[in-house]
Design a protein around this ligand. Structure first.
Ligand code: COA
Length: 429
């Protein structure tokens, strides 16, 4: 059998040579968020003149997406699984597409060849002594995309942390491009006084020994800043960021009562600063798993006292939650929101929380509305919804009639909009 080191060395090539293996008409799936193999992606874009109709598939974009810009439409067609600043415009202007799909089900699209994968571009840590490379901060759908692809091209970045849980062997990779570059970083957001009030309300629902799923952004961070007095919290989530590291260092997060993976952080991707990336590097207490494990309701639903914390764009008086569209515009994606809303509903002692400021656009628009806007899509249905939180309080909608829900939601709307909502409620409900 070939020595893995020899195999590794024979697969090392330049980015220019590696990307020549993408052909017109191929479907190319690449890693996302801070795990995006940016050296490979930029080279793919550089080679646009020799390529036609290459479909590009990925989730969260953190950078400008040049393949979505005007003029690229004959070369690349982008198919977004979670829209962001770099991809939104292409979708609304018709150059790109969006595919609605739960995060937990993305690996299945590739495994079952609903979306057959020609080429996967991934970013990995350098190999260990047995020739295994870690998916680092982004395992999610990336691992399955690599397992399903005809060709796997890997950026092996010296600065990608080696994380425990999921890895790939050199023999499963076709071409390797070595790099030593900074990972993309997300700095913790500024927290406003409104977000602070929301964070305090969220924290009031979190008991000691709870296991948390957190999204990214000011609201989860605000909630974390009110958890210092809690004991023995655990993290079973799709992603986490720097705020959790502070709570771990303070002894608040111990993962002791995570009955499924005791003592372990369980996540599928990470976004934060270098501090977070150093924390997870070779840390046996952090398990990074594919998203069809972390977000699978049959798995996460078995975690006791699972509390999911997510956000929304609009909620109507029926309790329908819209989190990924603004009217007809595809703003983001469902991500893992519904996976975790449902998992926490199955979890013994579980709660799901959807939290957001009561208004947007400098207080001119209420985010609690009589009925979702035209074009807005339901992300979390009224049957799944549990707690809704704003800076004005907490509405517990589970088991409540439509009238009771409307009243509870109006009571946590911004006072400037409560009369308007009341009038609508009396007229229509
Ligand atoms: N009407 C019009 N615009 C609205 C609006 C409304 N009701 N609510 C929000 N917006 C606008 C804001 O003004 C802001 O616009 P800007 O970017 O031009 O400033 C934008 O939408 C984002 O609002 P904000 O409240 O700052 O968003 P956020 O960064 O806190 O993210 C979600 C909130 C809902 C978009 C985000 O959590 C999400 O995408 N959720 C779905 C996926 C998910 O939950 N995944 C699981 C965890 S990772």
């Amino acid at each position: 059998m070939k020595d893995w080191k020899q195999d590794y060395n024979e697969k090392i090539t330049t980015k220019e040579e590696a990307l020549l293996h993408v052909n017109s008409g191929n479907r190319v799936v690449f890693g996302h968020a801070a795990g995006e193999p940016i050296i490979l992606v930029d080279e793919l874009v550089n080679q646009n003149n020799r390529l036609q109709d290459v479909e590009i598939v990925h989730m969260v974009p953190l950078r400008e997406c040049k393949y979505c810009l005007p003029g690229m439409e004959n070369h690349f067609r982008h198919n977004s699984l979670f829209s962001g600043a770099g991809t939104r415009r292409g979708i609304s202007e018709g150059r790109s597409d969006y595919t609605p799909v739960f995060f937990s089900e993305i690996p299945r699209l590739f495994r079952d060849e609903i979306l057959p994968v020609d080429v996967t571009l991934i970013q990995l840590s350098p190999p260990n002594e047995d020739g295994y490379l870690s998916f680092g901060i982004s395992v999610d759908y990336t691992m399955q995309a690599a397992q399903s692809a005809k060709i796997v091209i890997a950026e092996v970045n010296k600065q990608m942390p080696r994380t425990w849980g999921s890895q790939i062997h050199v023999s499963e990779i076709d071409y390797i491009v070595e790099t030593d570059r900074l990972l993309l970083e997300i700095t913790p957001p500024e927290i406003s006084s409104v977000e602070e009030s929301i964070g305090r309300n969220i924290a009031s629902l979190i008991p000691d020994k709870a296991n948390l799923q957190l999204g990214i952004g000011a609201i989860p961070d605000a909630a974390l800043s009110f958890l210092h007095e809690k004991q023995d919290l655990g993290i079973h989530t799709e992603m986490f960021s720097d705020g959790v590291v502070d709570l771990y260092n303070q002894g608040v997060v111990t993962n002791k009562y995570n009955n499924l993976n005791p003592g372990k952080f369980t996540a599928t991707f990470l976004m934060g600063t270098r501090r977070l990336y150093d924390f997870v590097d070779d840390n046996p207490n952090v398990d990074m798993h594919p998203v069809d494990y972390t977000n699978n309701v049959m798995v996460a639903g078995r975690v006791n006292n699972l509390i999911s914390i997510n956000s929304a764009i609009q909620v109507d008086l029926f309790g329908q939650v819209c989190s990924d569209t603004i009217g007809y515009q595809q703003f983001s994606g469902v991500g893992g929101q519904v996976d975790f809303v449902r998992a926490s509903s199955l979890s013994p002692g579980g709660k799901s929380i959807i939290a957001f400021p009561s208004t947007s656009k400098n207080g001119t628009i209420s985010r609690i509305v009589p009925l979702l806007n035209e074009g807005a899509c339901v992300t979390t249905s009224r049957n799944d919804v549990h707690y809704i939180i704003t800076e004005y309080g907490i509405a517990d909608l589970r088991g409540k009639t439509i009238r009771q829900r409307a009243k509870a939601l109006i009571s946590i709307a911004h006072p400037d909009f409560q009369d308007y909502l009341n009038q609508n409620y009396k007229k229509n409900i």
